[in-house]
Ligand binder design. Structure first.
Ligand code: BES
Ligand code: MN
Ligand code: ZN
Length: 515
């Protein structure tokens, strides 16, 4: 689907979208349209109990007097209140409604709508962004979809006075959606297609956009001492991989301007990177502590953290972000077999700390602790963020609205929370503390890999914190409730959401990028 912006003009074909505020009151261009079709719109609003609530839609087919095939009237809520997230939602709803309707072009008329919480061009950009997010489908394995169910919509045009600025704003955000789509592709793939080696191959391809990529295989990790990660992987026929992606955006040349006298020193080129670490369990059967059969198929998306880190690195690279960022993803499959690790086994992590594996299904923390340690030793970051579908308990706590955030640093939390709000990938901070930490002490090793059932997400975070080096500002994002959706929403069809990509991109833009 193509998204563009154009100047306000009469629309002669396809679907038209106009707006109404609560009341309901049609906007100026909606009123004009209503006149042209002899009051068909206002009559339809009355007949349908339309209030103009945010994203409420009524559809008028083939209105007399108009050459277009249908008009959608969309609610904007109370005048002056609709913000960036609302316009994304509305854009998404429009696509959801029209994508397979037989319509090929939709023109959204975004004229000056009295007061808005944001500028008209920003609103126009958000409409297109939301529309594009909602247009994603993962249909490579559907061979028998009926023609009438297939997407028909190919163009989404926003007509607005300052269309040049809207276009500029859109182009600034559009690469991030490519990153979101990469993540959705990775997360959607079944585990027979996307296993550690193949995931690493896909990451290798990011060399093409200027990311430095290295892959460590089992032999190297064994030699280096990744005992906790290898313990998880040893029951699987698939070889584990550690993928390291480096984006040195500070070293990127700015578009040369003759008058630019800024003195670029090498200090920023070698600035310590922001480190992103992702859990990439391509399938989590639970291992010997095997999961129940019902719903186990969901565990193909237990690599959502690694998927988000990969998509975010891609987005940063294609928009040539002026920041140094390193992404490290630990890729393993957790399987039961004669070679699998047993409950009670003690493993030695890369950090030297020993771990009693009480439950082989608490595997995410075991691979993350080695990946985090390796990356901190090697890259000396000041900031480290890990993303993981780590615990079912976080879904009990927060449902599917917020990911859980655990951190040793208040400032980092504030930054991430606001990036979460701005990007739509929302975060809610959870508590940590010594008394929780004590719950994972082991009688035989330095720690055990699970605590009691209560507070399961918190003890998981405490476990990870034991692998954070002094002086590193760290946040752990438990995204188990967010990586996948069993329902259609405004911005995605049910399935992989791409959660985390927009969050990380916004965070880097706002706090780590040279302006
Ligand atoms: N990948 C799961 C967490 C998960 C569960 C994500 C459900 C999404 C939906 C993780 O590896 C896991 O199995 N965690 C266990 C931990 C327990 C054994 C302490 C859990 O949450 O039950
Ligand atoms: Mn598990
Ligand atoms: Zn898992």
């Amino acid at each position: 689907m193509k998204f563009n912006f154009a100047k306000l003009s009469a629309v002669k074909a396809g679907a038209i979208v106009v707006f109404a505020v609560q009341g309901p009151g049609l906007t100026k261009s909606a009123q004009q349209l209503d006149k042209t079709c002899k009051g068909a719109l206002s009559r339809a609003l009355k007949a349908s109990r339309f209030h103009g609530d945010i994203a409420e839609i009524i559809e008028v087919l083939a209105p007399q007097g108009l050459r277009c095939s249908r008009v959608l009237v969309v609610g904007l809520g109370s005048a002056g209140k609709a913000g960036h997230a609302d316009f994304e939602r509305i854009g998404g709803q429009i696509v959801a409604k029209l994508q397979s309707s037989g319509e090929t072009v939709v023109s959204v008329i975004m004229d000056a709508i009295g007061t808005l919480a944001i500028t008209v061009s920003e609103a126009a950009m958000r409409l297109a962004l939301g529309g594009r997010l909602r247009s994603y489908r993962f249909d490579k394995y559907r061979t028998k979809e009926k023609a009438a169910k297939k997407p028909s919509l190919t163009r989404f045009v926003v007509l607005t006075s300052d269309y040049k600025q809207a276009d500029q704003l859109f182009n600034n955000q559009d690469p991030v959606i490519d990153g979101v789509f990469m993540t959705r592709d990775l997360v959607s793939e079944p585990a027979n297609v996307l296993y550690p080696k193949n995931f690493a191959d896909r990451i290798m391809a990011l060399k093409d956009v200027g990311i430095e990529v290295e892959i460590l295989g089992e032999r190297e990790m064994r030699r280096l001492g990744f005992g906790a990660l290898i313990g998880v992987s040893q029951g699987s026929a698939q070889e584990p991989q550690l993928a390291i992606m480096q984006w040195n955006g500070h070293a990127q040349k700015a578009t040369p301007k003759p008058a630019d006298k800024r003195n670029k020193t090498s200090t920023s080129a070698s600035a310590p990177p922001v480190l992103l670490v992702g859990k990439g369990v391509t399938f989590d059967s639970g291992g010997i502590s095997i999961k129940p059969a019902g719903g186990m198929e969901d565990m193909k998306w237990d690599m959502g953290g690694a998927g988000a880190v990969t998509g975010a690195m891609y987005a940063l690279a294609i928009r040539r972000a002026r920041a140094n960022v390193v992404g490290v993803v630990a890729l393993v499959e957790n399987m039961p077999s004669g070679t699998a690790q047993r409950p009670g086994d003690v493993v030695r992590s890369l950090s030297g700390q020993t771990i009693e594996v009480i439950n082989t299904d608490a595997e995410g923390r075991l691979i993350l602790c080695d990946a985090m340690w390796y990356a901190q030793e090697r890259f000396k970051p000041k900031v480290m963020i890990d993303l993981a579908t780590l615990t079912g308990a976080i879904i009990i706590s927060l449902g599917h609205e917020y990911a859980g955030m655990f951190s040793n640093n208040d400032d980092l939390c504030k930054q991430l929370s606001s990036s979460g709000f701005a990007s739509g990938d929302k975060l809610w901070r959870m508590p940590m503390g010594d008394s929780y930490d004590g719950l994972i002490n082991s009688p035989i090793a330095d720690m055990k890999n699970v605590g009691p059932r209560e507070g399961g997400s918190i003890t998981a975070a405490q476990f990870l914190q034991r692998f954070v080096k002094p002086g590193v500002a760290w946040a752990h994002l438990d995204i188990a409730g967010m990586a996948w959706s069993s329902k259609d929403t405004a911005l995605w069809e049910k399935g992989a959401t791409g959660y985390g990509v927009r969050l990380l991109d916004t965070f880097i833009r706002d706090h780590h990028e040279e302006k």
